[in-house]
Design a binder for this molecule. Structure first.
Ligand code: NAD
Length: 281
């Protein structure tokens, strides 16, 4: 079985470039679909406190027969738990639910600019890394300015930034910022949540050329431009199909064809909330 390529963080640890996300997967279902993802070849799972399925993910890990060294697990600190002490406590609760001794990657889920606790929260993540509780630390849904503030006030550069990113919303500026700072970019809703993107004629044309499916082409584009990518599906055949995107060899023409779909200049493309202004509990 093909194993995902890995990318190296600025802290020296590595992450499998292709992972499996479990947003909107009920806890009772998570165990089954994560087991199917492991069987398909995925070794990197992306969950979060707020998804309510860390325990289900943990049961799948426990039953997988895979060792901690063979898998890569991410979870995220929820908005209501921001602040130094609450973060330390929330981390331990997440780890308990996952049934893990140590985590691979912990992310601040949203910047929450109005709360303005993200620097203290980041200091707690730095402390957890120092204590050896988590290998790598990063952020999700930040602005470049917010990340720069973390760096300026703590001297610690996040390993990764997880953001909404798909061909209709390609986040060129944040990707460039990440490259300058040595921060990997991770794409959430990488398939555009399975909507119109997967029916786009430009995607279909590249798919026909490679005898692949539209979802595989979009995943192959993410891999080709250097994103870490975490597509979600609860359908076993699609989980396998998404993993098999690793076998597609994208050329520069394919990348350009998909790059042209970006709608940012026209003011569109974004599906989810804008981190610069979003504050929710
Ligand atoms: P996605 O872009 O991965 O789309 C998932 C949907 O696409 C599925 O529900 C299904 O309808 C469709 N789909 C999947 N595979 C398909 C296939 N092979 N063929 C046809 N349709 C297919 O959307 P997502 O779940 O929003 O994002 C993926 C992951 O990113 C999440 O599960 C979560 O782990 C993460 N995420 C993080 C944040 C954040 O704030 N950090 C926000 C959203 C998602």
């Amino acid at each position: 079985m093909t194993l995902s390529p890995t990318l190296t963080f600025n802290d020296g640890h590595t992450i499998p470039q292709l992972g499996y996300g479990v947003w909107q997967v009920e806890d009772g279902v998570a165990e089954k679909v994560v087991r199917q993802a492991f069987e398909a070849g995925f070794r990197h799972i992306d969950t979060a406190r707020i998804y309510g399925n860390e325990a289900g993910v943990g049961r799948a890990i426990a039953g997988s027969g895979l060792t901690p060294d063979e898998i890569f697990i991410t979870t995220k600190l929820w908005n209501a738990d921001q602040g130094y002490e609450p973060t330390l406590a929330a981390f331990e609760e997440s780890l308990d639910r996952l049934g893990l001794e140590k985590l691979d990657l912990y992310l601040i889920h949203w910047m929450q600019p109005q709360q303005d606790k993200y620097v203290d929260t980041w200091r707690a993540l730095i402390e957890l890394q120092k204590r050896g509780r988590v290998k790598s630390i990063g952020v999700s849904n930040f602005t470049a300015k917010g990340i720069q503030r973390l760096i300026d006030e703590t001297g610690v550069v996040p390993a990764i930034h997880q953001i909404e990113l798909h061909p209709y919303f390609s986040q060129q500026e944040l990707r460039d910022f990440g490259r300058e700072k040595g921060i990997l970019t991770q794409a959430w809703s990488p398939l555009g949540q399975g909507g119109a993107l997967l029916e786009d004629p430009a995607v279909a044309a590249v798919a026909a050329k490679h005898h692949a499916t539209p979802a595989q082409v979009v995943i192959a584009w993410h891999l080709a431009i250097g994103n870490v990518v975490i597509p979600k599906s609860v359908t076993e055949s699609r989980i396998q199909e998404n993993y098999a995107a690793l076998d597609i060899t994208f050329d520069e023409d394919d990348v350009q064809a998909i790059n042209r779909l970006d709608r940012t200049a026209a003011g569109g493309g974004r599906i989810g909330p804008d981190p610069a202004v979003s504050d929710f509990a």
